[in-house]
Write a protein that binds this ligand. Structure first.
Ligand SMILES: *[C@@H]1O[C@H](CO)[C@@H](O)[C@H](O)[C@H]1NC(C)=O
Ligand SMILES: *[C@@H]1O[C@H](CO)[C@@H](O)[C@H](O)[C@H]1NC(C)=O
Ligand SMILES: *[C@@H]1O[C@H](CO)[C@@H](O)[C@H](O)[C@H]1NC(C)=O
Ligand SMILES: *[C@@H]1O[C@H](CO)[C@@H](O)[C@H](O)[C@H]1NC(C)=O
Ligand SMILES: *[C@@H]1O[C@H](CO)[C@@H](O)[C@H](O)[C@H]1NC(C)=O
Length: 424
């Protein structure tokens, strides 16, 4: 009986060696959700419901099994009838007919007998765009030649809706506003450098439009009828010195890697010219730094730490005194790796080292993960030496095979890398 069992086992072992020539290895994540928040859409009437996917795939031998955690608790996706399913042989979840309850923080774990790999943890958030307050068009009047402001009160939404002003003709067609005399500020207000006769609404209205950045959906509201009152003097003789309309606050903060736009909107007649300086030096336009809104804004794409400084706009139109305004720009940053750990194959008796270094502002904190749990919960190992940005395991034994993850975090976000040591 014993002998038979033994032969049986040997047979199985031989078959596995000859057929599946794979070398055993802990799981390694090859597809996963992003670290940044992801939006999903909930349809009110169920029409046009697109499923969304939360990806998770790992290599490993034997093939790993998957489980999910949502908001820190095991996520039993089977409990959602057929609405949520897992792709066969993968961890990826497919969520059909997204609903409000799908909101939350999701994380995937891929496991086999050699280790547990941890995926990024992602916050799934519902995209929303509310409507404007229902309101009849309002009538305003302004004086020809003077600066003027149209106020928009856009509805709430997530992500923050993109706001602009449009011309809505009585025949039903819409036209975007694009004029050096009219500038939109980031809060949605439209600033006229001066008012002219053509700005009065004869066959059109001004309207504010809010658009969802992730969805082809827009809402219109805050309709305005504008009457221009003529001045007694000839319009051609109008002269108004530069007048501050909207400026970015004095202490502005930009996120590294993103785009920032600094505003200096001044009215006046003739149209004021704007010159931008950084720390006193004239700013040359480059591929990364350009002027927007006919010079009334400065756009910095892919912000980096060397963009920190004092930005000044000088505004003049030959009437009265030139005006200037300064903005101090500070740069903050989500963590990013400067050295990430790598997965390693090793033999018994060898030494392995995992390095993990990250930058960011504020300076990130580093947290190590062992087989899906904080390293503090790992079985003690006197051959393992852990410091802030390094783990060294000496004199390796077979049982040291495991997954290690490094999570660099600050309040702006995190970066995560999950690797393994495979002692063969
Ligand atoms: C890393 O740590 C942050 C902050 O504690 C946490 O929100 C995030 O989910 C962690 N990432 C992973 C992959 O565990
Ligand atoms: C308004 O400004 C424009 C551009 O500077 C100028 O051409 C126009 O004459 C001004 N109109 C009035 C009424 O002041
Ligand atoms: C509506 O009127 C505007 C201004 O007169 C014109 O430019 C536009 O072509 C018209 N659109 C339609 C559909 O008739
Ligand atoms: C606005 O008009 C200017 C000049 O006519 C043009 O170069 C620019 O591309 C237009 N901008 C938009 C957003 O349509
Ligand atoms: C470790 O070995 C496995 C199996 O042979 C291989 O797929 C993997 O690329 C190796 N990893 C490294 C870091 O050498």
């Amino acid at each position: 009986m014993m002998a038979q069992l033994l032969i049986y086992c040997v047979l199985i072992a031989v078959t596995r060696l000859t057929l599946g020539r794979e070398i055993p290895s802990p799981p390694y994540i090859v597809k996963q959700p992003p670290t940044e928040e992801v939006m999903f859409h909930v349809e009110k009437d169920g029409e046009n419901d697109k499923p969304f996917y939360i990806e998770c795939e790992a290599s490993g031998e034997p093939a790993p099994t998957y489980r999910w955690v949502k908001n820190g608790k095991p996520f039993e996706w089977q409990a959602y009838d057929d609405r949520i399913s897992q792709q066969p042989g993968r961890g990826t979840l497919s969520i059909a007919k997204p609903q409000d309850v799908d909101l939350g923080q999701y994380q995937c774990f891929a496991e086999n007998e050699y280790g547990i790999a941890t995926s990024n943890s992602v916050f799934m958030r519902k995209a929303e765009l509310n409507s404007f307050k229902i309101q009849a068009p309002i009538s305003l009047s302004g004086e020809e030649g003077k600066p003027f402001k149209l106020e928009c009160h856009p509805p709430d939404g997530w992500p923050k809706p993109v706001v602009r002003w449009i011309i809505s003709y009585t025949n039903g067609s819409l036209k975007a506003i694009n004029s050096s005399r009219m500038t939109l500020d980031p809060e949605g207000n439209l600033w006229f450098s001066n008012l002219t006769k053509q700005d009065s609404t004869d066959n059109f209205m001004y309207a504010c439009a809010a658009t969802s950045p992730t969805k082809l959906e827009y809402k219109i509201g805050n309709r305005v009828l504008l009457n221009i009152v003529s001045t007694t003097a000839s319009a051609a003789l109008n002269k108004y010195p530069p007048e501050k309309q909207y400026v970015t606050k004095k202490q502005e903060v930009a996120l590294r890697g993103k785009r920032v736009e600094l505003f200096c909107i001044f009215g006046g007649t003739p149209l004021p010219q704007t010159v931008w300086r950084k720390n006193g030096n004239l700013l040359q336009s480059s591929e990364r730094i350009t002027q927007g809104n006919y010079g009334k804004s400065l756009i910095i794409n892919v912000v980096d730490f060397d963009d920190v400084g004092s930005y000044t706009c000088e505004v003049s139109n030959g009437i009265g005194e030139a005006k200037w305004y300064s903005i101090d720009l500070r740069v903050i940053s989500a963590p990013y790796f400067t050295k990430q750990p790598e997965r390693q194959n090793a033999s018994e008796g060898e030494t392995v080292e995992f390095r993990c270094e990250a930058s960011g502002s504020p300076k990130p904190e580093i947290k190590w993960i062992y087989n899906g749990k904080p390293l503090e919960y790992a079985p003690t190992n006197e051959r393992r030496e852990v410091s802030k940005d390094r783990i060294v395991i000496r004199n390796l034994e077979k049982k040291d095979t495991a997954n290690y993850g490094c999570n660099a975090t600050n309040y702006l976000g995190y970066v995560y890398k999950d690797v393994y040591v495979n002692v063969l």
